[in-house]
Design a protein around this ligand. Sequence first.
Ligand SMILES: N[C@@H](CCC(=O)N[C@@H](CS)C(=O)NCC(=O)O)C(=O)O
Length: 216
Amino acid sequence: MSNPTLVIGNKNYSSWSLRPWLALRKAGIAFDEVKVLLDKPDTKKRILEHTPAGKVPALVVDGQTVWDSLSICEWAAERRPDLWPKDPADRAHARSISAEMHSGFPALRAALPMNIRATGRHVPSTPELEADIARVLDIWNGCRAAHGNHGPWLFGHFSIADAMFAPVATRLRTYGIAVDDTAQAYIDTLFADLDFKEWLAEADGEEDMLRIEEVG
Ligand SMILES: N[C@@H](CCC(=O)N[C@@H](CS)C(=O)NCC(=O)O)C(=O)O
């Protein structure tokens, strides 16, 4: 049986691609990668060669396509159940914040697009952005207060919730958003992670045009 193939966008910009990429890596599931550069004349055509949804990420497994970041993470969790916390209440909590991340935070997404190479960029604040950031920090602080004794991730050990929030950590860092010590320690955990460092190094080396607007 061949490895599944994860179809992703630019590592610098594609926040949705980062999520399942990190989940698969941390779960130790081998996969091949196909990168489709976003915002090119043939981007949509190339993505549609892999997934009918026309968006990255998508995972092609034995001829079947699994698309959308959260469902790819769930595919991974079926093979590695410890991608979700073991305790049912913690698992429900992790799923809730992951779904909240997946469907919410519109102001944060719009104002702070993932752009790993753009460290030092600043954007004007708005009440909506402030509210989204406050909610993220509240989620992180709640998780770290409950699970800090069991490891450095939101639920102690790495879970899909961490994959879902990883792009947010990059955004807060890129745009120099002030965070409390607990949130900073959590961001530092991600940036010290060896798998994530690989993603960062590749984002750094990508030869594409720097874009300002949101792409994922
Ligand atoms: N809900 C989707 C969002 C995927 C998405 O918006 N992907 C963007 C890049 S990060 C994309 O494929 N853009 C290219 C296009 O729309 O042509 C998910 O969670 O995977």
